[in-house]
Design a protein around this ligand. Structure first.
Ligand code: ADP
Ligand code: MG
Length: 252
C-alpha cells in the first residue's frame, strides 16, 4: 500500500461568487509523481496552490474542506504557513530566478531559514545544483547573474532553489511549457530522479508528459475531479466517458 503524503477532503474553493473547485477528495502518494491534467481553466493551478496555501495571497478567496499533510490539516489555525511552504515547495511555469547570482539564488532559502556558515551554504548549493542536474554546467560561474542562463537552465536553477530548503513535497505548475524539447526532456528525467526522495505534484497540459513521468493522474474538468487512477490505468482504461473523450482528443 502506498502511503498518503497529502490528501484533500471535500475541498471547495470560490473566487468571490465564482466556484472554481467542487468537492475534491484526492490522495497524493508519497514519493510518487501525480500529474494533474485537464483543459485550460479547469482548476489545475487553483488546486495546486491549495496544497501550500498560495491561494491565501489572493483576495476574496474562500476555501472549505481539508488539505492534509501527514494527516494534519494545513488550514488549521495553528499551522505556520511559512513552515508549510518550506515543506511544500513550488516551481512555476515561467522560470523566475531572482536578480542575483546563481549561488545566491540557491542559497536564498537556506539563508532565510538561518544557515549562515559559508561552508555549510557551499555544501547545500552544490548538493541542490547537482540534484537539479545543473552543477556541471555552472560550477565555474556560480557568481554569474542567473539571468545569463538559458531558459532551461533557469528552470533547473528554480528547481535547485526549491529543493535547497529540503522540502517534502514539490509542486510544479506546467514546469516545461516555456521550454524547448531538450530542456523539457532534462526536466522530465530530473522529476523521475527527484521522485526517489520527494513527493511531486505536476500540472501539465501535455498528456504525453503525464504518461511519461507520472505514477498517478488526476483528470479535472470544470472544477471537478472526474477521475483519479494509476497513470497507465487512466490512459489505457479510463472509467469515465469525459476522461476517454479528453485523452482521445475529442475535446479540450
Ligand atoms: P487551469 O490551471 O486549469 O488553467 P485555473 O486554476 O487557473 O485553471 O483557473 C480555474 C478557474 O478559476 C478559471 O475559471 C479561472 O478564470 C478562475 N481563476 C483562476 N485564478 C483566479 C483569480 N486569481 N481570481 C479569479 N478567478 C480566478
Ligand atoms: Mg494553470
Amino acid at each position: 500500500m502506498e502511503k498518503k503524503k497529502m490528501e484533500t477532503i471535500n475541498l471547495n474553493l470560490w473566487y468571490g461568487d465564482k466556484q472554481a473547485l467542487y468537492d475534491i477528495t484526492m490522495p497524493i502518494y508519497e514519493k510518487k509523481i501525480t500529474a494533474l491534467i485537464g483543459p485550460s481553466g479547469c482548476g489545475k493551478s487553483t488546486f495546486l496552490r491549495c496544497l501550500n496555501r498560495l491561494n491565501d495571497l489572493i483576495p476574496n478567496v474562500r476555501i472549505e474542506g481539508k488539505v492534509l499533510l501527514d494527516n494534519k490539516n494545513i488550514y488549521d489555525e495553528d499551522v505556520d504557513v511559512y513552515d508549510l511552504r518550506k515543506r511544500v515547495g513550488m516551481v512555476f511555469q515561467k522560470p523566475n530566478p531572482f536578480a542575483m547570482s546563481i549561488y545566491d539564488n540557491v542559497a536564498f532559502g537556506p539563508r532565510i531559514h538561518g544557515v549562515r556558515d559559508k561552508k555549510e551554504l557551499d555544501k547545500i548549493v552544490e548538493w541542490a545544483l547537482k540534484k537539479a542536474a545543473l552543477w556541471d554546467e555552472v560550477k565555474d560561474e556560480l557568481d554569474k547573474n542567473a539571468f545569463a542562463l538559458s531558459g532551461g537552465q533557469q528552470q533547473r536553477l528554480c528547481i535547485a532553489r526549491a529543493i535547497a530548503v529540503k522540502p517534502e513535497v514539490l509542486l510544479m505548475d506546467e514546469p516545461t511549457s516555456a521550454l524547448d524539447p531538450i530542456s523539457t526532456q532534462k526536466i522530465e528525467e530530473l522529476m523521475i530522479e527527484l521522485a526517489k526522495d520527494y513527493t511531486i505534484v505536476v500540472v501539465t497540459h501535455n498528456m504525453q508528459q503525464a504518461s511519461r513521468v507520472s505514477d498517478y493522474t488526476a483528470f479535472f474538468l470544470m472544477g471537478k475531479l472526474i477521475e483519479f487512477d494509476k497513470t497507465d490505468e487512466l490512459f489505457l482504461n479510463p472509467k469515465k466517458k469525459e476522461t476517454d473523450d479528453y485523452i482521445s482528443g475529442r475535446f479540450g
